[in-house]
Design a protein. Sequence first.
Length: 291
Amino acid sequence: MINAVWLNTFCTLVEVGHFTRTAERLHMTQSGVSQHVRKLEERLGVQLLVREGKRFSVSDAGERLYAEAQGILAALSGLPDKVQEDTPFEGVVRVMSPGSVGLKLYGHLLALQCRYPQLVIEYRFAPNAEVEAALIESRVDIGFMTSESVSAEVRCRPVAQESLLLVTPANTVAPDWSALMALGFIDHPDGRHHANLLLGPNYLEFRHSGQFPLSGFSNQIGLILEPVSRGLGFTVLPAHAVEAFARPEQIRVHPLSTPVSETLYLCGRREKGLQKRVETVIAEALRWLEV
């Protein structure tokens, strides 16, 4: 490694052309300047100055070092500003959440990026376990989860509630037990979990989601309601996913006697502070989640 202080002393000497004036500029002694140059020569194994009594000229090796050192010293001089820079509307922010939350937030965060083009949003949809793993491995800056993390490395705080909804084809007026059995269940990665949460408190006959005939499955959050809209079955989904469906007239949402909601948690690495750009994204996300 080249000592940056020695390098700065050498470059200043080349520019000033005089040991005494270099020492004055750098608030050093003349012998200190000579010592820095000598140590640099020993470290590089080349002669940087051709000494002629009290005068000197720069050797070919010294000229090459001086040319290369300009960029290095310029970069080092700007390093503190780059390290300390923390702007609220510039840089990449990596977000991960379950699909329903993503459908609610992604468009609004893109609108935020349109206002501030230097703010780059990277958004990934994933189930809770993958969100938690990404936070632990520092692959994302913030995550939204519908259950609290069990890891000591992840901090979570509740920020919103999201209703779970029973959704059938539009022509289903009364979703009694026999109607649901006749329709069959459109499953998805969280389908059984959501069905257990919502249907258990509302149907005496319900024991587990496996009681229903399986009528379909999709792991794409935006496509789960497609088979429902075509009369192929019913499902249970979070409200944000239902709100995002493009053809609401082809489905029917049924209020149940015992409403059920999931708590949405904002999560991040426990030991990491939040950069201003991440705080900007969080503030925008919470504005829409609270609507």
